[in-house]
Design a protein around this ligand. Sequence first.
Ligand code: COA
Length: 204
Amino acid sequence: MSVMSALPFLKPMHVRTTVSPGRQRRHTLPASEFRPLSPQDAISVFEIEREAFISVSGECPLHLDEVRHFLSLCPELSLGWFEEGRLVAFIIGSLWDQERLTTEALTLHKPQGHTVHIHVLAVHRTFRQQGKGSILLWRYLQYLRCLPYVRRAVLMCEEVLVPFYQRSGFKVQGPCAVTVGSLTFIEMQHLIRGHAFMRRNSGY
Ligand SMILES: CC(C)(COP(=O)(O)OP(=O)(O)OC[C@H]1O[C@@H](n2cnc3c(N)ncnc32)[C@H](O)[C@@H]1OP(=O)(O)O)[C@@H](O)C(=O)NCCC(=O)NCCS
């Protein structure tokens, strides 16, 4: 059985049906659905990023070509939350193979790595402050537990968001070596697998 088919939480949470006059059930768009993203979702992803980041700081974690790049290389490390078929929140990750993040981590996917680098988590502005960011992150971390090669998840965030990630179990690693313009970041990590994995595998 594939990893994806073994994961009920990646299947639609609820599928609405309507009853036609002939009393036959007809499926409509899922009210709420979690699924990995594909390159076809890149425009919707970038629309959310544009509002969330570019309109605020002029920068964003992933430009459109980078979104397409990662969704082509490692779509299984992304997760989108769709309501009525519309993207409302997403996470994009890739694999990394070093202890700490460097500038290279912003653009590379290291297929041999055991660390998931979460490039971006964003929620569409009309859906913020409703718990969606926390729920999506929780589901993503649960999903990563099913991927045998993943040992930990790391991310860089602005200091103001440290408490948000701490509530999901991330721990502060310290200042991040990566800066973007005048922006500085805190690096955080969440262990996915503990000592048993470390005994069986050396390195990252
Ligand atoms: C950060 C983000 C993903 C949180 O998602 P969300 O669905 O709004 O968050 P939740 O409803 O699960 O949790 C709300 C909590 O998140 C924290 N939070 C959310 N946005 C915040 C912000 N801009 N600054 C500081 N804390 C923030 C707060 O602790 C808030 O709780 P509070 O209002 O009681 O203080 C979302 O606000 C977003 O997409 N922001 C723009 C993009 C972004 O900054 N992404 C993070 C990149 S590292």
